[in-house]
Design a protein. Sequence first.
Length: 268
Amino acid sequence: MTLGTPRLRPRLALALAFSIAAVLTAVAAPAFADATAPAAAPAPLTYRFGDWPPDLSKHGAELQGLYDKILYVTGAVFFLTEGLLLFFLWKYRAQPGKKAHYSHGHMGLEVGWTLLPVVIFVVLGVTSADMWARMKDRNLFPQDAFTVKVTGRQFEWLIRYPGKDGLFGTEDDYETINDLHVPYDKPVRVRLTAQDVIHSFFLPELRVKQDAVPGLETEIWFEASRAAKTEIACAELCGLGHYRMRGSVTIEPLPQVLNWIQTEKEDE
């Protein structure tokens, strides 16, 4: 019986069709899996003893540089003054046959150690004024920022997101507790207040720390550099439950943030 006989032709065509389908499935499966799989979880953050927390903020390096300058100056002053104190304790200790010499001070030394801290403070203030203004002056905040309202209350963070209209105080607002979702590569503006006592809104990985004061709305902003999951902490002793005043922070692409808000709002 040859391949060209009528009985084998349907079987050959069917086998050929299955072979082609198998090849196409093998080629298309990885691409289809990539398109349908959920977004990969962000890499866990690494913390090292004695070091800064991981930096997730685009202004973190600049802020950390200023902190390091202040630390070096204050550290040098500390070791110098403590070293001189120990030296003088040893040099002028009580000894047989030695009498104390009383001095009314030295004008040059007193002027010098008064002017030196003034010069240091002025230099630090001038060099950090631009960064301080960018981070604290509302007139210089990015205008296209993603905005949320955060209210501290014993012992939780109340977080409000605007709806599709981008306005607060309308029916499509979404409110949650201890669950902050923000985008990366886009400025985030936080309108901060408190309901009862003073709290402190602290995002160490984003280099943000600001008091939340009852009756006063304070604004801060930051811009995250990558996807991550971290925490909100309260850095102000606010009562017996202060230790458990924590919230989660999810940093993800803006479309995912907006989709999460819409989904949560629909599930209310």
